[in-house]
Design a binder for this molecule. Structure first.
Ligand code: CUA
Length: 310
């Protein structure tokens, strides 16, 4: 889980981390240099200018304009560098790219729930595609929580009855910790999760696998798009290569073999897996037989979807 970081920071895995890390290390090294310089100067001066006799009177020292100007100008420049750098990074951190992929996050005592654009859901594990900006739109079901992914260098409070958001673009595949960083009750410390960063292809597989959580007709609507059923079957009654799905269920049809029948579930199922069995009068027997390869749940979903098109 990205444990190869430094003493101060975990390994970075988002597009923002190099920039934020360099700012951190800039402030860090400046502080180290100033700390060492001041400490060494104190020690040297304490020894060199220590009181040697009881009646020692130090010489009168006049101020040095150059020295005074230096300790005003140098820190001012350093602080302005940190401000400009930090402000630029801040703007980037809070401005998601317009093409961001949006995922909804619900925080509740004491778990993370994620909802993807196609309706798929996951709990605990947030799946995201690599090399693509992702915007999280987050809210809470109960109390204050805070979403923190150290490897991405993002952290954002989550507030009930309000949306807050955060964005990142993961640069590496792998798994990274999600922590809750707002005390939210007895199990706060156990409110953990992980971001699973995967290739675009694996991410797509994850999204489709989770379709099983949808209602059959909702899943059928997705299959209708994926299988490109629309090329031959409209949903609005208009004529294409094959009959429209609108009003199809329950309809009395005449078939090219001279028989007639009512379009019920069995007829629709048969027409998907064995399209030549009953071809509706007036349409060419042009439907490919490839759909017999769909699995049981997909077929159920399509039948349910077609049944809904009234
Ligand atoms: Cu949720 Cu702490």
């Amino acid at each position: 889980m990205g444990e190869n970081g430094t003493f101060w920071l975990p390994e970075g895995a988002s597009t923002l981390s190099p920039e934020l890390d360099s700012l951190f290390y800039f402030v860090y090294w400046i502080s180290v240099i100033i700390f060492v310089a001041v400490t060494v100067a104190i020690i040297i001066f304490a020894i060199k200018y220590r009181r040697r006799h009881e009646y020692d009177v130090p010489p009168i020292v006049h101020e040095s304009r150059i020295l005074e100007a230096a300790w005003i100008v140098v820190p001012t420049i350093l602080v302005m560098i940190v401000f400009t750098w930090g402000f630029k990074s801040f703007l980037k951190l809070y401005t998601p790219p317009p093409n961001s992929y949006e995922i909804r996050v619900t925080a509740k005592q004491w778990l993370w729930e994620f909802t993807y654009p196609n309706g798929a859901k996951s709990t605990g594990d947030l799946h995201v595609p690599v090399d693509r900006p992702v915007k999280l739109i987050m809210t809470s079901d109960d109390v204050l929580h805070s979403f923190f992914v150290p490897a991405f260098r993002v952290k954002q409070d989550i507030i009930p009855n309000r949306y807050s958001s955060v964005w990142f673009e993961a640069t590496r595949q792998g798994e990274f910790h999600i922590l809750c960083t707002e005390y939210c009750g007895t199990q706060h410390s156990g409110m953990l999760g992980k971001v699973v960063v995967e290739s675009a292809q694996d991410f797509e597989t994850f999204l489709q696998a989770d379709i099983s959580l949808l209602l059959p007709e909702e899943r059928g609507a997705i299959l209708y798009d994926q299988q490109n059923c629309a090329a031959c079957h409209s949903l609005d009654g208009s004529r294409r290569v094959g009959p429209s799905f609108q009003g199809l269920f329950g309809k009395e049809n005449a078939y090219t073999d001279g028989s007639t029948g009512t379009a019920d579930e069995n007829y629709i199922l048969e027409s998907i897996i064995n399209p030549m069995a009953k071809v509706v009068e007036g349409y060419p027997p042009g439907m490919p037989t490839i759909y017999s390869g769909l699995d049981r749940e997909e077929l159920d979903a399509l039948v349910a979807f077609i049944k809904e098109q009234q």
